[in-house]
Design a binder for this molecule. Structure first.
Ligand SMILES: [Zn+2]
Length: 156
């Protein structure tokens, strides 16, 4: 709540207005008598809330393994005409891992997915376009980002 400098009434919508040559914080009614410099919307945009919003937009997009990774990996192998064992050897991975992936039980790591993408020109990693409904949980966002970094560095 702010008080209008002209009439002294408390108001939530304060306008920056030039009234008779003087800049004043005025309520909507009083602002009409002068030249409005800033509307309430513009004043609220300069608050912390808008900074939070901008930060959220700049956040790196999250990536995930595509849902049909099992199908894609199987297709690659079938195209090559290899058994699961041969295919696993070819790409330097464990046969058990590749079996798990083809059956959809094991989600491939980003490292493995990236390797297969490069080797066989397929898409296994997709970018998640996440709609951020909650702007007040910057703490949990930091955790997610940190968590991703940990996962990445662990695999190197
Ligand atoms: Zn007023």
């Amino acid at each position: 709540m702010v008080n209008c400098e002209v009439c002294g009434k408390a108001t939530e919508e304060i306008y920056r207005a030039e009234i008779e040559g003087t800049q004043m914080d005025a309520c909507a009614k009083c602002a009409r008598f002068g030249k409005v410099l800033y509307t309430p919307a513009k004043i609220s945009l300069s608050s912390k809330e808008s900074l939070k919003g901008k930060k959220a937009e700049k956040e790196e997009p999250e990536q995930k393994i595509v849902d049909n990774y099992a199908k894609i990996v199987r297709k690659i192998r079938e195209k090559l005409g290899l058994t699961q064992e041969e295919f696993a050897k070819k790409i330097n991975e464990k046969e058990s891992l590749m079996k798990g992936i083809e059956s959809g039980k094991t989600i491939p790591s980003f490292d493995l997915a990236g390797k297969l993408e490069k080797m066989f020109n397929v898409v296994l990693i997709e970018t998640v376009e996440e709609e951020k409904a909650d702007t007040g949980s910057s703490g949990s966002k930091d955790f997610t980002l940190g968590d991703m970094i940990t996962i990445k560095s662990r695999k190197k």
